[in-house]
Design a protein around this ligand. Structure first.
Ligand code: SF4
Length: 86
């Protein structure tokens, strides 16, 4: 299963990803971006958000061998490796 990841050490909180794709990104309490959904990862808006991130902080990880993330439903997930808002 694939999932979105934001490298917090690279995110500068510019908001470009939130503006381009608010299905997948939103601001968190630290005014940097967080992943809010791992659905619909083929969306063109998502690719645009990734391409326009000025620091290259966004990536899509393939974790097909990670059973915990395979069960991630984002709205009620308890997996340890998920960046989504719980
Ligand atoms: S576009 Fe990149 S740097 Fe800007 S808020 Fe999103 S993840 Fe952070």
């Amino acid at each position: 299963m694939k999932r979105l990841e934001i490298d917090d050490s690279k995110c500068i909180g510019c908001g470009s990803c939130v503006y381009k794709d608010n299905e997948h990104f939103d601001f968190n309490d630290s005014q940097t971006a967080s992943v809010i959904s791992n659905a619909n990862l083929d969306a063109p808006e998502l690719q645009e958000a990734i391409d326009y991130c000025p620091t290259g902080a966004i990536s899509i990880k393939d974790e097909s061998n990670n059973n915990a993330s395979q069960n991630c439903q984002c709205e009620n997930c308890d997996c340890e490796n998920c960046d989504c808002e719980k």
